[in-house]
Design a protein around this ligand. Structure first.
Ligand code: ADP
Length: 327
């Protein structure tokens, strides 16, 4: 499906460049033809002059002056026309390229979302069928229930991200503002992850009593997205850290992992909608490319910033900087 799209894109771009080259060639040809005509008319007018005419020199000068004026006029018009064509061509090229990029990203997204929706449903069904059909020990039952809950949580996070992304885009989300005990919120999110991923090491450093005015549900989503990524993009044996610090009116929330990291060229792009590093090669890891986009939009609403840097010796550090004054 993608190769058909890319082929069509190549054909359209070929036609585009061909048409552009044709228009420019026609313009240059038009300039040369007009100039030649001008030259011939000048020659003809000069031939009509009589040497014994008392105003011969004056008339000759007038004809040559007229020729110069016409050449300048053709040149000026040609250049203006050429510049307009170039400006239009750049505009159309960018718009078409952006359209193609968006349509390919959307297809990647549709594939990812189908996979993301089907997997938890399939896992949940299988787990429930196993619980129904087989006599299991209490421990086995517990494991299946925990796994099913994890999948349900994943589905819930995905639906929240999807819903919020479309609501923000349509301008339909009403942001609420309340005083939040951020220390408590971060600790709760961390605690949920410890329950959801008991085999992972999540190290939490959160002093009590840090408060902030914002939208509780959205901030919770942003924190969950960062934690989810830190766990998803680092190996099972690796640690993940979450910490909260307040310095004057600045609050810094950091999620750090020892995963594969993000190279400098991709550090900005990971916040774009549907962007996933490596695209088709990342099929192994589950995701839609919406998490960081939604996170960034949430933080924009709070006039807060998010930056990603490298962890040493490996991994990423996502830092959210909130200021006491968020409008
Ligand atoms: P998703 O995880 O659903 O693909 P995100 O918007 O959350 O979407 O992340 C976009 C991309 O950024 C991911 O596909 C992944 O390639 C990269 N990424 C995000 N967080 C991390 C991380 N902690 N370590 C390495 N890569 C990451």
């Amino acid at each position: 499906m993608f190769s058909i799209k890319i082929k069509r894109q190549k054909t359209i771009f070929f036609l585009y460049w061909f048409l552009l080259a044709y228009i420019i060639a026609a313009l240059v040809w038009w300039f040369i033809a007009l100039n030649q005509q001008n030259q011939k008319m000048t020659e003809h007018e000069l031939q009509q002059l009589h040497r014994d005419d008392a105003r011969f020199n004056e008339k000759q000068e007038q004809i040559l002056e007229e020729k110069k004026r016409k050449t300048a006029q053709y040149f000026g018009e040609g250049i203006t026309f050429l510049m307009l064509i170039f400006a239009g061509a750049v505009f159309v090229f960018r718009a078409v390229r952006r359209q193609f990029k968006q349509s390919i990203e959307q297809q990647h997204f549709m594939m990812a979302i189908t996979h993301e929706l089907k997997t938890p449903i399939a896992v949940t069904r299988l787990n429930l069928e196993t619980l129904q059909k087989h006599k299991l020990t209490a421990e086995q039952q517990q494991r299946l229930i925990t796994n099913t809950l994890q999948e349900a949580n994943r589905l819930n996070d995905l639906c929240n991200n999807l819903l919020l992304a479309s609501q923000i885009e349509a301008g339909g989300y009403i942001f609420t503002k309340e005083t939040i005990d951020l220390s408590e919120l971060v600790s709760e999110c961390a605690h949920d992850f410890i329950i959801r991923f008991p085999q992972r090491h999540l190290l939490v450093s959160v002093p009590p009593g840090i408060t902030y005015t914002g939208d509780r549900i959205l901030l919770q989503m942003a924190i969950n997205n960062l934690l989810d990524n830190a766990i998803k993009y680092s190996g099972k044996e690796k640690n993940v850290w979450i910490s909260l610090i307040q310095l004057d009116d600045k609050i810094s929330l950091t999620v750090k992992d020892e995963g594969k990291g993000i190279n400098d060229l991709e550090k900005d792009k990971v916040f774009d909608k549907f962007y996933r590093i490596g695209n088709q090669h990342t099929k192994g890891s589950r995701g839609t490319g919406l998490g960081l986009y939604v996170t960034k939009r949430i933080l924009e609403q709070h006039k807060a910033e998010i930056v990603v840097t490298n962890n040493t010796p490996m991994g990423s550090i996502f830092e959210i900087v909130l200021t006491g004054k968020n409008g």
